[in-house]
Write a protein that binds this ligand. Structure first.
Ligand code: NAP
Length: 542
């Protein structure tokens, strides 16, 4: 990578210029938005706070970070070139390969000169006289854009719990989502991991391999099932190439944007033998099929959920030598899938090693951190490294870092003080010419699939505004009320754990407002098409 590539366009060139669109965020959704807006002939720039592209796949470079949905279904589908020229090496590719993929896309489609890295957006103010956004960067520079496209990510703002005495700790403290590029050498180190969600589960076996000791601080057990990673063979790649269009259509037709065949049958309408056969099939197939190809009522009927949870509990018990330890690892406060289920590789088996121990925070909470480690109500631990795999402040965390002001200087977070209100997760009343890609209320599943349809819709809207000679478009309050109510309706039949990040349940003192859309990609697309086809009903133009 040469210097120009590494740092993107010269920020000085922005002076005096008015862009059609500024995309904020260089992750999965931002990169595609850049492609699409550019392809449609809009003058566009993408700014990214990191020193590289990939978003979540740039920051989460902890050992073990990898896809848990099939590599070839996670990527983009906007061009067959992607299938012809890119070969995934594994069914569930690792972070370095994923990061390479996003850089390949940017270079292959000649977007690099529209990317400006190391640029943190701190403010965005709508100038209602000129119908433009004035966007401020951390270094004091400003850029003017007609449209602001926020692709700031779903899980991009790390959440670290506040424990007493944290500042006293003299060892290394790190969050899984802010992993240092140079890595961390665990050889001979005493290591702690807080958190047993998807990130913690991926980290545990990797850290245990080298560390002198590993202590996993678990608040709640999670339902970890095998990832079953394996090479993605050239034959499979050929098959995927041939079926590229069909795979794309399959994704678009799936409620969560995945490629998995849904199972329409219900848990108790089949014989016990057939139920077990199905359970074995989804359990052994790896990835997220365990949820999206499971019986249709697994996440809707408590009895069905309990039945599958019992099945997984037996598998967990079988992986752990010490029955008491198994009992502590098996979740007892939520059923399978009520939190997003982590996928693991030898996760439970790792606890069979003598140098790995589980410290249950429910049995023995943290009292404080010290210079050398952690004191709980029952124990005192010494560590060299403490890892927080404690999750993210979903969606809103990243938006809160930007002072976004719409009409009458209203702050976005004030407008959303009673929870986000959007039309399609794409627009907000009082915030003209602002759109999101994979934002709140617009996504629930395979993010690249959603990102493509969102960015297409946003780019078409911008094209429409320009073609009709308008300079401003704004969502009406009524349209946002209607969509937001629909979002809340879609979550009602879903069994969700209270602490789930989908509803900010992981953030202490949160209001539990629903952030994600459960209606599915198909319904989203239908609603979005109706809005567009009706000449953008629910949106006002000037
Ligand atoms: P997470 O699922 O939110 O898990 C956070 C963990 O930290 C939980 O075990 C939680 O305990 C614990 N925790 C939170 N606050 C705590 C506190 N005050 N004290 C002790 N423990 C605390 O976060 P994540 O594992 O980073 O995953 C977030 C999401 O990222 C996933 O759901 C997934 O969508 C995505 N992800 C995907 C992959 C992949 O394979 N593709 C990998 C990693 C992440 P409780 O359970 O008790 O709340």
């Amino acid at each position: 990578m040469n210097n120009q590539q590494a740092h993107g366009a010269d920020p000085e060139s922005a002076k005096g210029e008015v862009l059609d669109a500024l995309v904020v965020g260089g992750g999965v959704s931002g990169i595609y938005a850049l492609y699409r807006l550019n392809e449609q002939g809009h003058s566009v720039r993408l700014v990214e706070r990191g020193s590289g592209l990939g978003g979540t796949w740039f920051w989460n470079r902890y050992p073990g970070a990898r896809f848990d949905s099939d590599s070839y279904s996670y990527g983009y589908f906007f061009s067959e070139i992607l299938a012809e020229e890119w070969q995934w090496s594994e069914h569930y590719a690792g972070q370095p390969e994923i990061e390479r993929y996003f850089n390949f896309v940017v270079d292959r489609f000649e977007l690099r000169d529209k990317v400006q890295l190391d640029t943190t957006v701190v403010s965005a103010r709508f100038d209602s006289n000129n119908n433009v956004w004035v966007v401020g960067y951390a270094d004091g520079q400003e850029v003017v854009t007609r449209f602001l496209v926020l692709a700031t990510g779903m899980l991009s703002e790390p959440y670290i719990p506040a424990f007493d005495g944290m500042d006293d700790f003299q060892g290394v403290m790190v969050h899984s989502g802010e992993w240092p590029a140079e890595g961390i050498d665990f050889a001979g180190k005493r290591v702690a991991i807080f958190g047993t969600g998807s990130s913690g589960v991926q980290l545990v076996p990797e850290v245990a391999r080298d560390a002198a000791s590993l202590t996993v601080f678990q608040r709640s057990g999670h339902w970890v099932t095998p990832l079953n990673n394996r090479p993605f063979t050239p034959e499979e790649q050929e098959e995927y190439r041939k079926n590229f269009r069909e795979v794309h259509q399959k994704r678009l037709g799936h409620i969560g944007g995945f490629i998995h065949e849904p199972e329409p049958r219900l848990t108790f309408e089949v014989s016990e033998e057939e139920r077990l056969r199905k359970y074995d099939e989804v359990y052994n197939s790896g990835g997220l099929r365990i949820l999206s190809s499971n019986f249709a009522d697994t996440l809707a009927d408590p009895a069905a959920n309990q039945e599958f949870s019992k099945y997984v509990a037996e598998k967990i018990s079988a992986s752990i030598e010490d029955p008491d330890l198994a009992e502590r690892l098996i979740p007892n406060d939520h059923g399978f899938g009520m939190h997003r289920p982590p996928k693991g590789t030898s996760y439970y088996e790792t606890y069979n090693s003598d140098h790995v121990q589980l410290a249950s925070l429910k049995e023995s909470p943290v009292v404080r951190f010290t210079k050398t480690g952690v004191v709980t109500t029952e124990d005192e631990f010494e560590f060299d490294v403490i890892i927080f795999a404690t999750g993210f402040e979903a969606w809103l965390g990243a938006l809160k870092k930007i002072d976004i002001r719409g009409m009458d200087d209203e702050a976005l977070m004030e407008a959303w003080s009673d929870g986000p209100r959007t039309l399609l997760g794409m627009g907000v009343p009082g915030f003209p010419n602002l759109t999101f890609v994979a934002g709140v209320h617009s996504v629930g599943g395979n993010l690249p699939a959603f990102s493509e349809v969102h960015a297409d819709w946003a780019s078409d809207l911008i094209t429409y505004v320009k073609r009709h000679g308008y300079s401003r478009v704004e969502v009406t309050k009524e349209a946002a009320r209607e969509w937001t109510e629909h979002v809340y309706e879609t979550v009602k039949p879903v069994l969700l754990a209270k602490g789930s990040w989908y509803q900010r349940g992981n953030i202490p003192g949160s209001d539990g407002k629903i952030l994600t859309y459960y209606g599915g990609l198909g319904t989203w697309r239908e609603w979005a098409s109706q809005v567009a086809d009706s000449g953008y009903k629910g949106m006002e133009f000037q």
